[in-house]
Design a protein around this ligand. Structure first.
Ligand SMILES: Cc1cc2nc3c(=O)[nH]c(=O)nc-3n(C[C@H](O)[C@H](O)[C@H](O)COP(=O)(O)OP(=O)(O)OC[C@H]3O[C@@H](n4cnc5c(N)ncnc54)[C@H](O)[C@@H]3O)c2cc1C
Length: 581
């Protein structure tokens, strides 16, 4: 990086800052973010209104709702943010067309519950995309049809789905109505598709782990605290048996400490029963953990813009194929887990089922498709148990908020799409408990990268020119960080070392990793490889290429001793290998 370029970048940033300041938006560039250590230092001094246990979609949503109602909260995450289900989803912001289908099946027992689920999710789908335009987009999904009866059935089903959305629409984002498409158009998108016609309907998609990060950064800028690698090991109670805090363990600093709070929210997803039992060992379990697996395939098997939904595979299950970050992801399976581990692996059976269902639908060679699999991953879906459930399909897909006698607020079940609603409803319960009357804010809260409401296309052009970036790289920074991209690029351009690329096929550089360590609390290589960047989900080989470099950057930045490095390198590499990537 030469001096001239550096001066140009610096002057551009100053100019931009002046522009934003003159528009009354002084804080929109150079966001001042706290480090993990600063958050922990706050935790030792503060007494919180709310202690949120779990740093996935649910915990992050509760944190944002607290921020917007003037409550002081801290999120404690025992591993990394979004390392549970929240980074391993299908990445859909959706109402759930399959539940819509169930509403009209006479054999379905809970048709009213399914209707409410779809209506609620469709309302939240618009809100989700409006809150965070840079990390989300809508996209058409094809339902392939083999006969005219199916075509009519899925078209009218999709039309009702669209009408429900129109009726309940609250957010600013609008979705197009469904339409019928023929073979020619289908072949332009899916050259291996066998079907002759089908129905297109619209849903949204997003970058799940990055969304948790953006939610937490937004909350942090609004005064909330958060720390990853802090496990809640116990609940502190007063003489009246009411919860007054938690016993926590900092796995990085290897320190045990107490945090005081007026109430504790249990947002631990598939592990919610652990905290419920910690509070009261006599309660019955409510969570059914269901594993869901995905494969990542090269773009050539799918479309750059369209998704593909098989509503009924050979064994009656639903299968999604979704374009994501220049690849195609396909999933998901459902396998009940008795004792959910944090990182379940894709079973051989699931792997074979996914490949077989894919090959049944497209004219592709099965062994070539198997060779082309780029990555696979598995997540734990936390469903709420209903006692007469016989299979995972009968377990409730809605969410529930339970308040225990001692004041533990457990928010269970639900899905990514409705995280905002779950957060708001949980904070309603918090307020009842602690006697706070602050109302919900009326306008939808925007996430930090959207605060300046920029024009995406124009901004990409500016970035390309200013930083001499190819279009795809400029688009990457913008669709990952929103207008925070300028802060990341500033660090990358601060010195020539920071510009060094990690991998020729990806836009990641040393400077970006430094940003993620300093301002996004990345503390282990897998935090960078799987969640701050999405390399591990996109290309399993790439992570082995960049692992050592990422390790070295972290060792230098975090000042790891030689002894620690030797021990950690071995343990950590083993851990990553175990993930089967
Ligand atoms: C395969 C799959 C596909 C999905 N696809 C979609 C989709 O396309 N769209 C959609 O809307 N939803 C989807 N979902 C659902 C969605 O991903 C989940 O509902 C959501 O991510 C759950 O978030 P959570 O925060 O409740 O749980 P998690 O993300 O699992 O977070 C819980 C966190 O709590 C932490 N924790 C546990 N115990 C402790 C403790 N003692 N102390 C501190 N921290 C603790 C864990 O480490 C974990 O990070 C999918 C789920 C799966 C599994």
């Amino acid at each position: 990086m030469n001096k001239v370029a550096f001066v140009t970048v610096a002057s551009f940033l100053t100019q931009r800052k002046i522009q934003l300041q003159s528009a009354g938006d002084s804080q929109h560039i150079y966001y001042k973010l706290k480090s993990r250590e600063e958050h922990l230092a706050d935790a030792l001094q503060n007494e919180y209104d709310v202690i949120i246990v779990g740093g996935g979609a649910t915990g992050a949503g509760v944190s944002l709702a607290c921020a917007n109602r003037g409550l002081k909260s801290i999120v404690l995450e025992s591993k990394d943010y979004a390392s549970g289900a929240s980074s391993k989803s299908t990445k859909l912001v959706h109402g759930g067309v399959r539940y819509m289908q169930q509403v009209f099946q006479l054999s379905e027992k809970n048709r009213m519950e399914k209707w409410e689920l779809v209506a609620e999710s469709l309302r939240e789908r618009s809100n989700f995309l409006s809150m965070c335009s840079y990390l989300t987009q809508d996209f058409p999904t094809l339902i392939p049809c083999t006969n005219l009866f199916d075509l009519g059935y899925y078209y009218f089903g999709s039309l009702i789905y669209h009408c429900v959305y129109l009726y309940y629409q609250t957010g600013g984002h609008t979705f197009k109505p469904p339409r019928i498409v023929g073979k020619e158009e289908i072949q332009q998108h899916f050259k291996y598709a066998k079907c002759n016609y089908g129905v297109i309907y619209y849903d949204g998609q997003f970058n799940d782990a990055r969304m948790v990060q953006e939610l937490l950064v937004t909350s942090s800028l609004k005064g909330q605290n958060m720390a990853n690698y802090v496990e809640v090991k116990g609940l502190l109670k007063n003489e009246q048996n009411k919860i007054v805090g938690v016993q926590a363990f900092d796995k990085i600093g290897q320190k045990q400490f107490q945090i005081k709070g007026k109430c504790v929210v249990n947002a631990t997803g598939g592990w919610a029963d652990n905290l419920r039992l910690m509070d009261d060992p006599t309660v019955s379990k409510r969570i059914v953990s269901v594993a869901g697996s995905h494969l990542t395939m090269p773009q050539k098997y799918g479309s750059r813009h369209w998704g593909y939904l098989i509503p009924k595979t050979n064994d009656g299950r639903v299968l999604y194929m979704v374009p994501w970050q220049g690849n195609m992801i396909m999933g998901t399976t459902e396998r009940k887990l008795e004792n959910p581990t944090h990182d379940p692996t894709v079973s051989h059976e699931e792997y074979m089922w996914l490949l077989k269902s894919f090959c049944d639908e497209f004219t592709v060679d099965a062994s070539e498709a198997a060779r082309d699999v780029k990555s696979k991953w598995c997540g734990v879906r936390p469903l709420v148990y209903s006692s007469n459930a016989l299979s995972t399909k009968e377990v409730s897909r809605t969410h529930e908020i339970e308040v225990s006698k001692s004041g533990l607020i457990s928010v269970m079940g639900g899905k990514w799409t409705i995280f905002r609603l779950m957060g708001e409803q949980t904070v309603d319960k918090v307020q009842e408990l602690i006697g706070n009357k602050q109302k919900r804010i009326e306008n939808l809260p925007k996430l930090v990268g959207d605060w300046t409401q920029f024009d995406h296309r124009k901004e990409i052009q500016i970035m390309m020119k200013m930083f001499d970036l190819p279009q795809s790289y400029a688009a990457y920074f913008l669709t990952t960080y929103g207008d925070r991209a300028y802060d990341v690029l500033k660090l990358i351009y601060e010195n020539p070392e920071n510009k060094e690329s990690l991998h020729p096929q990806f836009p990641h550089t040393v400077g970006e990793v430094l940003y993620q360590i300093r301002y996004e609390q990345a503390r282990k290589p897998e935090d960078i490889l799987f969640r701050r960047t999405r390399l591990g989900f996109l290309d399993q080989n790439a992570i082995f290429t960049v692992y050592e470099k990422v390790f070295q950057i972290m060792a230098k930045e975090l000042k790891w001793s030689d002894k620690f490095q030797q021990q950690f390198l071995k343990e950590n590499f083993e851990y990553i290998r175990k993930l089967e990537f």
